[in-house]
Design a binder for this molecule. Sequence first.
Ligand code: IPE
Ligand code: IPE
Ligand code: MG
Length: 265
Amino acid sequence: MPVDLEKLEEHFEDAPHDIALSDIDLKTLPRHISCIMDGNGRWANERGLPRAEGHRAGIGALREIITTAVRLGIDVLSVYAFSTENWKRPKHEVNLLMHLFATTFLEELPLLQRERVRVVFLGDLSALPRRTQEVFEQGLAACSEHDGMVLALAVNYGARAEIVRAARLLAVAAQLGELDPATIDEELFAQKLYTNGLPDPELVIRTSGEMRLSNYLLYQLAYAELYVTDMYWPDFNRWGFLRALASYQHRDRRFGGISVSKERP
Ligand code: IPE
Ligand code: IPE
Ligand code: MG
């Protein structure tokens, strides 16, 4: 995506001591960055607040990260907002999250429109409350013509469910005689995933220190670089994002081959 250098530098003014915009190479940024937004509950607990306040504070961080990714010219930003396992939480927390998803999406529409962000959803939306589904549909329609960064929101998303769904879609097509099973390859399989058309994430950022994937994009993350920060999601910001990018740019991505950069001639 094109970058407005002036806006970018303004966005990263007042750098903390350990990181600055000049620490990253704008020419080799990942195309797709994904965030596992974790730690809202612990952020609230540490402040003696109800978990709901942690989720509310998390929205501010999401807003900042969306703007930051747009400023940096990232093609795709995906965020894990609600997993297929998160239904196990107390009903009042699930209800609050569903309510927050709808109201936040409406409130953030002007930002998404101003920045020409195209929104896509990853996950089974049919299980969400009707009101949340309606708002998502409205928002999708309002953002569908945008040509800017893609924001992929993973809501009621689970990677195993996604893979099983893809297998089922292919099996049905084969059963109907529309598909020869011998032609199923990785590319065709990927087309049946929710991320169809998006590049695989090169970098995954997980906040709150947990070193696990929690059923997130298991197929697509085959060769992603993982970055874990102890910061809770509500505290995560443009500088944390920059630190993750700097770390990513120091990695030696080998994809099973041998290191090109460090090899002797
Ligand atoms: C992430 O924060 C938000 C969602 C999973 C919806 P958590 O709610 O998981 O916060 P912790 O992990 O309990 O601190
Ligand atoms: C992962 O966080 C899911 C989202 C961020 C939506 P969780 O808090 O649900 O993950 P676990 O339970 O710690 O693995
Ligand atoms: Mg959590």
